[in-house]
Design a protein around this ligand. Sequence first.
Ligand code: C5P
Length: 308
Amino acid sequence: MSSTHTEPAPAKLNLFLHVTGRRDDGYHLLDSLVCFADCGDVITATAHDDAELTLAITGPMAGDLGHGNIEDNLILRAARLLRAEANVTQGADLTLEKNLPVASGIGGGSADAAATLRVLCRVWQLDIPTDALEKLALKLGADVPVCLHGKTVLMQGIGEKLIDLPELPSLSLVLVNPGKAVSTPEIFAARDAAFTEENLWDRTAKFNSGASLAAALQDCRNDLTLPASGILPEICDVLNALAREDGCLLARMSGSGATCLAIYDTENQAERAANAIAESQPDWWVQATGIQTMQDRARAQIGASFPA
Ligand code: C5P
């Protein structure tokens, strides 16, 4: 009997990202406030009794993934790794609905890999302890453990230290990508500023509005903005376009870019900003969204997808 499950792969947002050091192996130590958006990719898996693993890609951004070898896709790498580590004999047909821009600083491939691990644990009926699954996730990439965790956290180390934080208030966000992919290793390599001090964020702070959170975030930044905008100057255009709109409380790049996010005072202002930017820049990817709350995560556990 085949079993099919669907798992959301929400966009990962870095509300700030400080680079605090570099390990001997070249990976950078980070201090980053990470939360998850209400939009993202979606992974579906159907288990079957022969050992084969297949991947089909659909969705508006599917074309941007079509150039590489599909066997190298992080989703199939995640599936192969899980199957080997958990001694699974079954296979699975996987489908990725690609809604997020590729290589864009909001998780993309990492969110897809994390959702693949979650969905395959369900269809293969695996009961793997969280810390073992997070270790496996780290083998797939530094951002995969945080995407597997899926909750608002302070992320440290290279991405493996996840410190839970009080729930954030609901946020009225707009995400904008200028339609060009950037290379994460290239951006880390171009960074030459001094390292930022660790632990600048108050882990006990609670916020009752987007405005109070945005005010606290003003003391932080994304340390990769300068190197990323040196490589892709359109990032500055995106930040300016977001900041110009009424009600913008904070505009900031996420991850290694090029996607930027802005927090607006009200949902109406976020909607209006998204419409205005989409109209003036038809080649950009523009998305008004919110962040995942505890209720959203509870719904996701019972198999819901993103709201239409
Ligand atoms: O781990 P992942 O494959 O996602 O990382 C891609 C590249 O980004 C790494 O090879 C490294 O150059 C850089 N990186 C880093 N420090 C991190 C995360 C990524 O230097 N914490």
